[in-house]
Ligand binder design. Structure first.
Ligand code: 8Y7
Length: 278
């Protein structure tokens, strides 16, 4: 009986869970890019939960790296009202996709119960802030920064190198007072990895079970699918993403992060039924 306590809400880890992606960047809702509609985001959240999302991952970060402080307020303006509305209307655990300490703090105050940080708490103040907040944290591996990561990704041994990084971040968390019970791990598909790196990481995902921590996997619509499927555009990557979701669950993934809720929920329920059969 394993579960992840996310503030007042709980994630059941006895079966694989679907984390639905809810981007609240201006270009992710076709409103002309001027403002984010709290109502539209809430509607989308309700639909995602109806389709089977177990967790909602809310992200409003600028894609531009090295963002100046003024963008901190912008990120807050995007995500906080959406988190407040969803927390008021839905019982689902809410994850905040951010690397900024201030956003972590405000998001948890607004009702988020999990921190999803693609920088694995390496940002300024993030480690201490996460420690104080007392909610689970997903530590994701990335080589380089978002701006440079795809220029020339290199590893001695991609599985081992990613494991070494995660080992170091678990250690840093432990030193900061974040207990193991609060940690999730993610190899970070597409973050500073070539196609082959991504394929090997998925093939060898079971090697990450040695950490004995819940594994989160996000491959939904990513370019590794397009690369395998004759440059399939983003809207033609569903089947490839589902294949990856099956393989990830079979190799021990606890949470699948996806845009495509119902298909992913069906596929992982079916996969889990076979795995759990006796
Ligand atoms: C991941 C992620 C993204 C992922 C975790 C995209 C925020 C790129 N990818 N978080 N975030 N894992 N934990 O295509 O793979 O969704 S953004």
């Amino acid at each position: 009986m394993t579960s992840l306590v996310c503030g007042e809400r709980t994630v059941d880890l006895n079966r694989p869970q679907v984390m639905g992606i809810l981007n609240v960047t201006p270009d992710s809702f076709s409103d002309g890019g001027r403002f984010i509609s709290r109502d539209r985001a809430l509607k989308r959240a309700l639909a995602m939960v109806a389709e089977g999302a177990d967790i909602l991952d809310i992200g409003g970060e600028s894609t531009r790296p090295g963002a100046p402080e003024v963008e901190e307020q912008q990120e807050l303006d995007r995500v906080i009202p959406v988190i407040e509305s969803i927390a008021a209307e839905l019982p689902v655990p809410i994850s905040i996709d951010t690397s900024k300490a201030v956003v972590m703090r405000e998001a948890v105050a607004a009702g988020a119960g999990l921190i999803n940080d693609v920088m694995a708490l390496q940002g300024r103040g993030a480690l201490a802030t996460a420690a104080a907040l007392n909610v689970p944290v997903c530590l994701m591996h990335m080589q380089g920064s978002p701006r440079t990561m795809q220029q020339r990704p290199q590893y001695r041994d991609v599985v081992n190198d990613v494991k070494l990084f995660l080992t170091e971040r678990i250690r840093a968390c432990s030193n900061a007072g974040i207990s193991r019970e609060r940690l999730l791990l993610d190899p970070g598909f597409g973050f500073g990895k070539t196609l082959d790196h991504n394929l090997v990481l998925l093939q060898q995902l079971a090697q990450f079970e040695s950490f004995e921590l819940p594994l989160l996997v996000g491959i939904s619509r990513k370019s590794m699918i397009g690369a395998v499927l004759d440059d399939a555009p983003v809207d033609q990557r569903l089947n490839g993403g589902l294949a990856c979701a099956v393989m990830a669950v079979e190799r021990g993934a606890a949470i699948i992060r996806t845009h495509d809720i119902k298909p992913t929920a069906d596929v992982i329920r079916m996969t889990h039924a076979v795995i759990a059969a006796s």
